[in-house]
Each structure stands twice: as C-alpha cells, then as structure tokens.
Design a protein around this ligand. Structure first.
Ligand SMILES: N[C@@H]1[C@@H](O)[C@H](O)[C@@H](COP(=O)(O)O)O[C@@H]1O
Length: 265
C-alpha cells in the first residue's frame, strides 16, 4: 500500500484529481468508481475545472458509486445519487445514463445488489475506485465486522456512522439506518484504489488501515491486500502513524524516479 502524506486537504484533492486525470487521459472510456462524503468534494471540484478547461472528458467514461441509503429515491436531497448529480455529474460532460448509483428505492433490494455486481462486471470492472473512510475504518458502507470477501449487499449502519452523517439531515428528517453498498471484495477487484483522508478525526482509522492487522474490525485494512492501493492523506490524518517520515521519504524517492524516467523520454 502506498501512503502519500501531504500538508493539507487542498493538496490531497489536487494529488487525487491528478490520478483521475491521468486515468481518463490514458483511457477515455475508463470505468470510474466514485464516493460520497465531504472528503471527495474538493477533488470533484478539480475534475470539474479540468473538464471545463478541456484537459479531461467524461464523455466515454462510465461510473459506479460505492453506496446509497436504502429507502431514499434519487431525487431526495440526502440521497447519494442527488449528491453525485449536484457535486459532479451536473457540471461535467458525462452522459448520466452512464452513471450508476445503487438504487436506494429498488422494489427488490437484494436483486438490485446482484444486478449492480453484474453491471460492474459487464462494464469490464472498475479501473480506479475512489474511497473516503469512516472514523471507524469503514469504506463505502462496509462497517466493522463486514466480510473482507463481501459483495454488493444491504448493510446495517452502525450508530457511530449514523451519528457522523446526521449533520447532513435536518433534525426532524428521516435518516436511513440501512444502505446498499459495494462489498469489500467488490472494492478489492478494482484495478486501482485511491483512498482520501483528511483531518485528525480520521487519524486512528488511518493508523489501523496502514499498520493493521488486516481485519474486519477495520474494513479499510483489507486494502493492504490490494496490489495498487494509494492512501492520500494530510498531516492531521497521518498524525498517529508510527513512522510518517518513512512514507514521505518513499514519495520523494518515487518523484525523483519519475522525473528521471521522464527526462529519459
Ligand atoms: N458512505 C460514506 C463513506 O463512503 C465515506 O467515506 C464516509 C466518510 O465521509 P466524510 O468524507 O464526510 O468524512 O461517509 C459515509 O459514511
């Protein structure tokens, strides 16, 4: 697992956006795995700017989102479909027909989960999957104790996650306790995984993710088993790592190697 430690959240967004830029430039029909939460918003803003400036196009891409609240239709302002339209899709040249978010209002949620897996497979699998992380180490809505081999399914949220996400709901508004989420096994099949984390509230989860053990107690620790996973985090989120200087050293060396290879042509 690669860990890139940057000074602040703005740098995290720029670095992450650069990976998506490279992906779309090298493969315009990329299959993108997308995430919600407050952390990826700055990255989406960068992608919107790159699209506006003609640096990248989403015209030939497809997207699959990680998760959705069960019981919310896509036009509900707290649904993740609404979030994605609002934060990204409405502002770039993507064909919305090529964007998929698990259907929170499916008549048969179990069948919808199986279909979502089939759709990902039919699209050829996910090229690059964006992730945030919950304070308890969840990815998507894969809460602690989720099977590391899990597939897209209905998942009950922990009280901690309900409390963390309560800020998005009005005091008297119904807040779902169930979700549909890609499984950890689904996420691990993405060809590249990019996890963003910023702020001190994520420091304990990042420590557990990076330093292990690989355990369902911290779902993100499963990324240790992925051959191309990168964690892009700020200093605050890195604060509890045993040896953050080592990761910074590795990144400097990687950048030097990249520059040398580019100079060679
Ligand atoms: N299902 C989402 C996760 O995908 C996200 O990573 C997490 C953290 O969100 P934030 O970035 O707002 O801290 O929130 C929700 O629970």
């Amino acid at each position: 697992m690669k860990v890139v430690i940057l000074e602040n959240a703005a740098q995290v967004a720029t670095y992450g956006a650069g990976l998506f830029q490279r992906q779309l430039q090298s493969k315009p029909d990329s299959v993108l795995g997308l995430a919600t939460g407050s952390t990826p918003v700055a990255l989406y803003n960068e992608l919107i700017a790159l699209n506006r400036d003609g640096e990248i196009s989403f015209q030939h891409s497809r997207t699959f989102n990680l998760d959705e609240y069960l019981g919310l239709a896509g036009d509900h302002p707290q649904s993740y479909r609404y979030f994605m339209n609002d934060k990204l899709f409405n502002h770039v040249d993507i064909d919305k027909a090529n964007t998929q978010v698990p259907p929170g209002n499916a008549d048969d949620p179990l069948a919808a989960c199986a279909e979502y897996e089939q759709d990902i497979a039919q699209a050829g699998g996910i090229d690059i999957q964006l992730l945030g992380i919950g304070r308890n180490g969840h990815i998507g809505f894969n809460e602690p104790s989720s099977s590391l081999a899990s597939r897209t399914r209905v998942k009950t949220l922990t009280q901690a996650t309900i409390d963390d996400n309560a800020r998005f709901f009005k005091a008297d508004e119904y807040q779902p306790h169930l979700s549909i989420t890609m499984g950890i096994g689904t996420i691990l099949e993405s060809r590249q995984v990019v996890l963003l984390a910023t702020g001190a509230a994520k420091a304990a989860a990042i420590k557990a993710t990076v330093e292990g053990p690989v355990s369902a107690a911290c779902p993100a620790s499963a990324l240790q088993l992925h051959r191309d996973a990168v964690l892009i985090i700020d200093e605050a989120a890195a604060a509890e790592l045993d040896d953050p200087e080592f990761f910074k050293h590795i990144e400097r060396e990687n950048q030097k190697l990249k520059a040398a290879l580019e100079a060679k042509g």
